[in-house]
Write a protein that binds this ligand. Sequence first.
Ligand SMILES: CC(C)(COP(=O)(O)OP(=O)(O)OC[C@H]1O[C@@H](n2cnc3c(N)ncnc32)[C@H](O)[C@@H]1OP(=O)(O)O)[C@@H](O)C(=O)NCCC(=O)NCCS
Length: 189
Amino acid sequence: MLRIYPKQVSLKDWTKVTLWPMEPRDEARLHEFFCRIPEEDRKLLKEDVAHRAVVANWCRQIDYNRVIPILAEAGGKIVADATLHRRKFGWLQHVGEIRIVVDPEYRRKGLGSLLIEDLMLLAIDSKLERLFAELIASEIAAVRAFERAGFERMAHLPGFARDQNNAPQDLLLLTADISTANQPETCFY
Ligand SMILES: CC(C)(COP(=O)(O)OP(=O)(O)OC[C@H]1O[C@@H](n2cnc3c(N)ncnc32)[C@H](O)[C@@H]1OP(=O)(O)O)[C@@H](O)C(=O)NCCC(=O)NCCS
């Protein structure tokens, strides 16, 4: 299904955005993108993306069977990064995780929803059955964006995460069941 990329989409304000799977040559621009993300948002991400070495490592170890990173570009710069993570072995190999971050200038235009939807389709195409996202409960935008895409709140872990000031924050686990999307439609004659 990655063959559908690169593709152009229009946001709610008609901004044209191009989506494509990350390639090694995207390293410098992807690092620039993460440096534009406000620190309070960066601190909510699972990896320290402000470090060039972290991004360089991703770009050197691209393996679409393990992580599918979809990038979005508008006005000549990368404006979003959305990733679908999966395991090749073990008891979670039918489960995928979605992570996403959008440039603050491009938020509330539908880009986050478009990317979540694309990753859900890629997950279905990869025969995954469940998806999850781990979010800080106070991140209303992220929680709503995933709920709008059909994710449901499965667990609320009080004080489980830490924010940039090392203060405890509630962690929310949202999941989506995509198992039926792979089944051929039942036909009644
Ligand atoms: C979460 C995030 C990806 C959403 O991206 P986005 O492009 O703004 O998402 P959308 O425009 O598709 O918004 C989808 C819905 O989310 C909700 N939403 C988005 N931003 C919101 C905000 N600031 N306040 C309240 N609801 C919000 C709305 O319901 C919105 O739909 P609507 O605009 O039609 O009402 C973006 O805010 C972000 O990058 N946050 C920082 C990183 C993060 O927390 N990532 C999640 C961890 S995996």
